[in-house]
Structures are given as C-alpha cells and as structure tokens.
Design a protein around this ligand. Structure first.
Ligand SMILES: NC(=O)c1ccc[n+]([C@@H]2O[C@H](COP(=O)([O-])OP(=O)(O)OC[C@H]3O[C@@H](n4cnc5c(N)ncnc54)[C@H](O)[C@@H]3O)[C@@H](O)[C@H]2O)c1
Length: 443
C-alpha cells in the first residue's frame, strides 16, 4: 500500500518506518526542511531505541522516502496519515493549526480517493473539522473528489515506540466509511497476526479513547504522588504501600510509582486539553483538575528537599543525573528536570548535569539559562558538587558505586526523585538519602 505520513516527528517517523518495515511504500512529509535533509542524508533527528536500524533498512530497500514537497505527498499515498504536533494553546485547548494546515494541503492537491487518518492526538470533533477543511479547498478548486476521514489515535510510548508499534496492545479505529475501514484493516493486519487487536468504533469515541487513556495514566501518577507525600508525613513508606496495592490485579503494578511528576509531550497537554474539552461541552472534570494541580506541585518536591537540607543553596553546585522526561528518550518537553534546574539556578546554585542521550536536546532547552555545566559521565557530574539529585531513572543510574559517590560529593547527600535506591544500603555507604514518599536515611 502507498502511505503518506504528514509530520515526521516521534510519531510520524516511527509510524512511517514501521509501515515500511512490513512492506508498504511510505513517503514522509515535513515542513521542517532541516529534519528532512538530515533524514535524507542518513541521519535520525530523534533518539528512539531500534528506530535507526528500521529507517536505514527500509530506506535501503527503497520503501521509505522523505520530502518537503506537499503536493507530491498528497499525490503519493492512498492513505494520508496526519501526525503533526497538537501543542497546548494559551487556554489549554489543543492547538489544531498544524492539523488543519495539513488537511488544507490535502484538499488543495487531492485528485482521487484518499483515506485521511488523524493520528495526532486531537479533541473530539476534529475529524469533522478536517473533513470541512478539505471540503472548503475542493469548493475553491470547483471539483469533487471522494475521501474519508478516520480517527486512528497512536498509543506508542516514547522509549519503546518501535516495539509498541510493531506489537500494539490495541489499534483503535474510528470510522464511518466502509471502504476506509477495509483499507485500515488491511493496513494493520501485519501487526496483529497473533490475535486481533483492532477496536472499530465511531469517530468521536476513538478521539476520546486516546485522551481517556492518557488521563487515566496521569491520574495514577498523581494519585501515587499525593499518597507519597502523605506517607512521608505519616512515617509510612510509599514503596511498601505500592507493593501492597499493586498485588491486587484490579490495581496492578504498572504505572504505580511515586516520583517527581509526569512530563513529556503528551500527558501534560492532553490532561489540559481534556479539561478544556469538558468545559467547552458545558461540564467539568474535577478529578483531572486535581491530577494536574498535584503534578504541578510535585515537580517542585526535589528542589524543596534540597533547600530544606541546605537552608540556602546559593553558591552550591548540584549534580543532576537524568534530564529527559523519562528514560530511553531524548525528549525534554515538560521534563521535571527543567523545573528542578530552574528552581536551583534561581536560588543561586549551579548545576552539573549528565544524561546518556538528552544532553543535545537539553542544551537547546536550557540555552537561555546560565549556570549549567554538562558532564560526560555520571561520576564526572559529581566533581566539585555539593549533592546529587537523581531525576530520570536511566538503567545506568540504578546500581552506581556508592563509595565513589560519597568520595566525590562535598556533602554526601543524594536526593532521589525516582526511589531507585535502598535506604539501608545508602546508610551503610555513609550517604544521606532523601527519597520521595519514604523516610530520609542518614548514617
Ligand atoms: N510523542 C509521543 O509519544 C506521542 C504518542 C502518541 C501520540 N502523540 C501525538 O502525536 C502527535 C505528534 O506528536 P510528536 O511527538 O510526533 O510531535 P513532533 O513535534 O515530534 O512532530 C511533529 C512534526 O510535524 C511537523 N509538522 C508540523 N506541521 C506540519 C505540516 N503542516 N505538514 C507537515 N509536517 C508538519 C513538525 O515539523 C514536526 O516535525 C501529537 O498530537 C501527539 O500528541 C505523540
């Protein structure tokens, strides 16, 4: 099948490469000429495990192509997937300008049947807007061309995106066009040979399903963070509580960790957008409003612990391990590290940071800030540092040499935003240990 991906970011590039991997012919369009140039010259603009190999293999096989030529892109694919960004607008609603621009472009050049697929995370009713934008362009051209608009929200996780796409938990398709439904079934058949994972529904339910999934996951995180803060006040241990409740299959262990708040390009904006959607529909979502409020507060927890320990941090140097919003990605969007680092710097501290892959993205994200040095190893970040803050749970931080940490830090204090370490072991190593939702440990 011939497929066009409109938008070649985290979702568009992974989706395009994976569709090519199963034998389709894929053309990826982007308005960012630098990104397309990089891809055309064999580079990969983002870090995503396994992606470089899939892209390379399919470019070599002649099944994956890149372009900035919008007309060529519309004429290419029977399926036109829109995977452009939907950032939050000023009022928290999803900003649909890129989605509508992509739809208009399809309307300007379409000349035979096309299935237009909304893959971006978009509010309920967007498929109608996409349909209307294409129709307006066709009216301007004075022609009639058949097309269908379907919703096919993407559930891949950054950090495991290729694996998630190749072996999806579910494929949600919202469609009211029989021909388009059949094409979508064919498109996804190679990804569900083991058993059917396709949920076919009406368009609006499909659009809402994506927001509901992210809102539920964000709720679990904020709930655990709220309980973690209570556990600290009560002298209980959130890690014990987590195990105690996660063992109930109705609750489960996944996504049940306390920490320093959710970040990334999806949860924060999608929670905001769903709250906005509810308001626009004349309702409210008080649970989700609280989820967002708890998350905003939680991003300050580590800085508060550091300030409490030292009284003031002016002139102190804090080592920060992990900058990406989660492991296995270089994505810095809404990363808790940003809140921590900005708070430390504004209190007069300096920061020496290390992240296995996100340092180039972090340099861009922090380009306006002074007082951050970038180390080339975890231990290197500790040189001359007064304390260590662990922000992202990369695997390489899970079992560090605690004696080395103690030897290098001026004050042997570790602030752990991810509860990676055993408080008893930290005590034995002579370290002060400040986790989240559990008692601090000092020898
Ligand atoms: N990142 C994720 O983990 C994830 C997961 C599921 C769903 N989503 C959703 O998928 C959508 C895309 O997210 P992303 O993280 O891939 O974004 P991204 O910012 O990484 O990529 C979007 C790309 O679209 C391009 N673009 C913008 N307007 C364009 C246009 N008119 N024509 C062609 N290209 C255009 C941009 O230049 C950019 O390269 C969002 O709605 C997001 O919420 C993201």
């Amino acid at each position: 099948m011939k497929i066009t991906m409109v938008g070649t970011g985290y979702v568009g590039l992974v989706t395009g490469a994976c569709f090519a991997e199963v034998g389709n012919d894929v053309l990826c369009l982007d308005v960012d000429a630098a990104k397309i140039r990089k891809l055309e010259s064999g580079g990969i603009p983002i870090y995503e495990p396994g992606l470089a190999e899939v892209v390379k293999r399919n470019v070599a096989a002649g099944r994956l192509h890149f372009t900035t030529d919008a007309e060529r892109a519309v004429l290419f694919g029977t399926v036109q997937c829109i995977a452009v960004g939907t950032p939050p607008g000023e009022d928290g609603s999803a900003d649909l300008q890129h989605v509508i621009a992509a739809a208009r472009n399809i309307g300007r050049h379409i000349n035979e049947y096309r299935v237009v697929v909304d893959k971006s995370t978009v509010p309920v009713g967007t498929a109608d807007k996409v349909r209307a934008a294409i129709a307006e362009e066709l009216v301007k051209r004075g022609i009639k061309v058949p097309y269908a608009v379907v919703s096919n929200p993407e559930f891949l996780k950054e950090g495991a995106a290729v694996e998630d796409f190749m072996r999806p938990d579910r494929v949600v398709i919202g469609s009211d066009d029989a021909q388009a439904t059949q094409i979508m079934r064919t498109l996804y058949a190679p990804f569900q040979r083991n058993h059917e994972r396709l949920f076919l529904m009406d368009v609006r339910s499909a659009e809402l399903t994506k927001y509901a999934a992210n809102a539920m996951l964000a709720t679990r995180i904020s709930f655990m963070n709220e309980l973690a803060n209570l556990a600290e006040r009560l002298g209980a241990d959130i890690e014990e509580v987590r195990k105690g409740i996660g063992s109930d299959p109705r609750i489960g262990y996944q996504f049940l960790y306390a920490g320093i708040g959710y970040g990334g390009s999806c949860f924060p904006k999608d929670v905001k957008a769903l709250i906005h959607t509810a308001e626009a529909a004349g309702g409210t979502l008080p649970v989700l409003e609280a989820v967002e409020q708890v998350n905003t507060e939680q991003k300050h927890v580590l800085a508060r612990k550091i300030l409490k320990r030292f009284g003031r941090v002016s002139g102190k140097r804090i080592a920060v391990w992990g900058l990406a919003f989660k492991p296995n990605t270089d994505d810095m969007r809404e990363a808790p590290s940003q809140v921590l680092i900005e708070e430390l710097l504004s209190n007069g501290a300096t920061v020496s940071a290390y992240d296995p892959v996100a340092m180039p993205a972090a340099r861009l994200a922090f380009s306006n800030l002074k007082g951050i040095a970038y180390a080339d190893s975890p231990l290197g970040a500790l040189e001359g540092a007064d304390a260590l803050a662990v922000v992202t749970e990369w695997k390489e931080f899970r079992s560090p040499d605690f004696q080395e940490i103690r030897a290098r830090l001026k004050t042997p204090a570790v602030f752990d935003g991810r509860n990676l370490y055993d408080p008893e072991e930290m005590k034995r190593a002579g370290l002060e240990y400040y986790p989240v939702g559990r008692a601090a440990a000092r020898s």
